[in-house]
Design a protein around this ligand. Structure first.
Ligand code: PMP
Length: 408
């Protein structure tokens, strides 16, 4: 039976069946953050109720248990993204911190004035601003990879921008604002012929596509736990081992040291070199459960479900007069960014809220992309494995109602 009619995964997500302000909730904002399945919530609860202690530091049961579970998540993540070694998985606060870490520890150390960094027009601010901050300080030049009206990278223009001056290319795997799936494998291959490193922002792709960092041959790959059915406040930076070893720590503090005297400090080995201070222990442990959940459903099944949701929603929405979809790439994930002629996106969002429909409105932390499409904002509906036909019909009916009201 179609997932649209009978979705067996809904029951795993306690929040989905809520009545909000007297209305059935249609949660269509998973690109912003995904809902959490019960095993993730229970693991957080277990840690705080019965298993709280700090990690890597003490020799009593609680601490050893927490340390083991924390490190088990590292193993699970390494396997999930096919990292060659668990020590290449560094826990951060999220994608944003992962970008900042590389900007501070790699770019500031290895790039010099006149070197170039390439970023695409569709990047999230967190994949622009940290590079800009380092670039400003060092005299590095940032260049923009152009996109077409469908919201796809123009590969020929990318080719033209590459040269020996380019030391880093940073690109989003799936655009949060459009859903475009970028050809990162081909982009990485080409960048490497010029000796440039490639950073891939996997915030959106981690729970929507199979990720194999070795097959991609990517130098850095970053993602956030909260977009893969896991907790907020935790994320990952994957990096190639030789590059991570060559980098200096980003933050100093406990855990990241080997030996400290007032004269000098030597640093710990990977991954702890980059994990200063007490990490988000509960979050990392619970993230292990979200990886289990993703494996249980299976990434191929997730892609099938999301494809079905996207196709149904696209067809429905396009039947609304005056509705325009931004981002019509051939390879696209389960995101629909749209506007309605003559209506402000904030008014649309207001009306959606009144009907129990949760969508995001705004610039989606991608102002250069909004500038490209010459709009201040768009509405965005994004889908995940817990959505069904009713959610999409609720969005469609609310939009129809908004359009009819507006006409009056
Ligand atoms: N990149 C993309 C493509 C994203 O969608 C997001 C989150 N919206 C980020 C980066 C930043 O992630 P976080 O806020 O979890 O650090």
């Amino acid at each position: 039976m179609s997932i649209l009619e009978n979705n067996p995964y809904r029951k795993d997500f306690p929040l989905i069946d809520q009545i909000v302000d007297g209305k059935r909730l249609a949660y269509l904002d998973s690109a912003n953050t995904t809902l959490k399945p019960l095993p993730v919530i229970e693991e957080m609860d277990r840690y705080y109720r019965a298993e709280t202690s700090n990690i890597h530091r003490a020799h009593y049961w609680l601490s050893e248990n927490a340390t083991n579970k924390f490190e088990e998540t590292r193993d699970k993540i390494a396997k999930f993204i096919h990292a060659p070694d668990r020590k290449q998985v560094i826990f951060t606060k999220g994608t944003t911190e992962s970008v900042n870490l590389v900007a501070q520890s790699y770019v500031r150390k290895f790039l010099k004035a006149g070197d170039e960094i390439l970023l695409s027009q569709m990047e999230h601010h967190s994949n622009i601003v940290p590079w800009q901050m380092a670039a400003k300080e060092k005299g590095i030049i940032i260049k923009k990879i152009p996109i077409n009206q469908k919201g796809e990278i123009i590969f020929d223009e990318y080719k033209k921008l590459l040269s020996d001056k380019v030391k880093l290319v940073s690109v989003v795997h799936i655009s949060n604002a459009l859903g475009t799936i970028n050809p990162v494998r081909e982009m990485i291959k080409l960048a490497h012929t010029y000796g440039a490193k490639v950073f891939v922002d996997g915030a959106q792709s981690i729970s929507h596509l199979p990720i194999n960092v070795q097959d991609l041959d990517v130098d850095f790959f970053a993602f956030s736990g909260h977009k893969m059915f896991g907790p907020t406040g935790v994320g990952v930076l994957y990096g190639k081992e030789d590059v991570l070893n060559a980098m200096d720590p980003y933050q100093g503090g406990g855990s990241m040291i080997d030996r400290v005297t007032f004269e000098e400090t030597t640093y710990n080995v990977l991954p702890l070199k980059f994990e200063a201070g007490t990490p988000p222990i509960a979050g990392v442990i619970a993230l292990g459960k979200s990886v289990d959940y993703l494996n249980h459903v299976g990434i191929n099944r997730i892609m099938e479900i999301e494809h079905e949701l996207l196709a149904y929603a696209t067809e429905k929405l396009l039947s609304i007069p005056g509705l325009k979809i931004y981002g019509t790439a051939e390879h696209k994930a389960s995101v629909i960014s749209f506007g309605i002629e003559g209506m402000h996106p904030n008014d649309i969002a207001f009306m959606m809220n009144k009907s129990g429909v949760a969508i995001r409105t705004g610039h989606h932390c991608a102002q250069p992309l909004m500038d490209f499409f010459q709009v201040p904002a768009t509405c965005r509906a994004s889908f995940s494995i817990y959505n069904n036909k009713e959610d999409i019909d609720q969005l469609y009916n609310a939009l129809k109602k908004a359009v009819d009201l507006f006409k009056e």
